[in-house]
Design a protein around this ligand. Structure first.
Ligand code: BTN
Length: 124
């Protein structure tokens, strides 16, 4: 009852979309992230990410992590999560993220990191 595949197109509770390319034999994957929101007023652009899942066995509910390099800001996000198979047979990703903003000086470090959760479901 627990097959969960990371590969494919996902949408989260903020309306952001991401596409995860094929997971390779080492568990490595990459993809493209189109966020629906930004901490800045910059025009949003699609941004790349790279990550790993564990284990690589597709029949598990794998944990994973990935890093997004935003192309339209100097900020960086990391996501960790797990791919689950729901009782209804629909896969979902439970994640937590940290968003690091570039700040001018170490004195601004205290306000540089946001934290949150996102729930992703597979796009039809
Ligand atoms: C930025 O504002 O510097 C880049 C965009 C950040 C978007 C964040 S990452 C965590 C959260 N989940 C999303 O889908 N979007 C926001």
């Amino acid at each position: 009852c627990s097959q969960c595949l990371l590969t494919g197109s996902w949408r989260n509770d903020l309306g952001s979309n991401m596409t995860i390319s094929a997971v390779d034999s080492t568990g490595a994957f990459s993809g493209k992230y189109l966020t629906a929101v930004s901490a800045t007023s910059r025009r949003i652009l699609e941004s790349p990410f790279v990550g790993f899942q564990h284990p690589t066995n597709e029949t598990a509910q794998p944990t994973f992590g990935f890093t997004v390099k935003w192309t339209f800001t100097n900020n960086t996000a990391v996501f960790v999560g797990q791919c689950f198979m729901g009782a209804d047979g629909k896969e979902f990703l439970k994640t937590m993220w940290l968003l690091r903003a570039a700040v001018e000086s170490p004195g601004d470090d205290w306000k540089a990191t946001r934290v949150g959760t996102n729930l992703f479901v597979r796009n039809p």
